[in-house]
Design a protein. Structure first.
Length: 181
């Protein structure tokens, strides 16, 4: 077996591991839901002084291990909110009028925010690459928001994201160990 064959085998095994991890995520996050909710409630009341630093460290360590191209579960199952600035930028990229872009790809959700008409996202390729990566929505760039400042203000959102994003799940579990759950 040549070097290329071995690396293909390793890549195949990693992809299968990620598929299994994603499949288990709804159940695992459900099992941890009450504990995580309590942990976040405590965090909201009282945060360590260096919370931003801790989150940055945990986020970076997790994304050194996690390859989003083997996952794309966020793009396949939820998709982002589109701000007006996102719509302007992306429609310009397609040389389309913003209204034409909206009619082709977006709808209002129950909060009157623009979201995708359907998932998986129309801009996601079969290889899990984003075809509008350079101009993608801000929410896509920031997902899963685990390195955002004042993370304790994003805990309700994160409670949802841990059921979608294996990296967010691992980061929250690592937080509980580090800060004390
Ligand atoms: S951000 Fe999370 S859900 Fe999205 S591709 Fe990366 S690991 Fe998967
Ligand atoms: S725009 Fe790109 S990054 Fe955002 S959901 Fe679609 S494929 Fe994923």
């Amino acid at each position: 077996m040549g070097f290329l064959d071995i690396s293909c085998l390793v890549l195949g095994l990693k992809s299968r591991k990620m598929v299994a991890e994603i499949a288990q995520l709804p159940q695992k996050s459900k099992e941890n839901y009450v504990e995580t909710k309590k942990f976040f409630a405590k965090l909201k009341k009282r945060q360590p002084k260096n919370l931003d630093y801790i989150m940055q460290e945990l986020h970076e360590a997790e994304f050194e291990r996690t390859d989003c191209l083997k996952c794309a579960n966020c793009c396949k199952t939820t998709g982002p909110l589109f701000t007006n600035a996102d719509i302007e930028r992306i429609s310009k990229h397609f040389r389309q009028k913003p209204q034409a872009f909206i009619e082709q790809y977006l709808r209002f959700d129950e909060d009157k925010d623009y979201v995708l008409q359907q998932v998986p996202c129309a801009f996601l390729g079969a290889d899990n690459y984003c075809s509008i990566y350079e101009v993608r929505p801000k929410a896509c760039r920031e997902f899963p928001h685990t390195d955002r400042k004042k993370f304790h203000q994003l805990t309700n959102l994160t409670l949802k994201n841990v059921a979608i994003c294996p990296a967010a799940f691992n980061i929250v579990e690592a937080m509980k160990k580090r800060i004390g759950g």
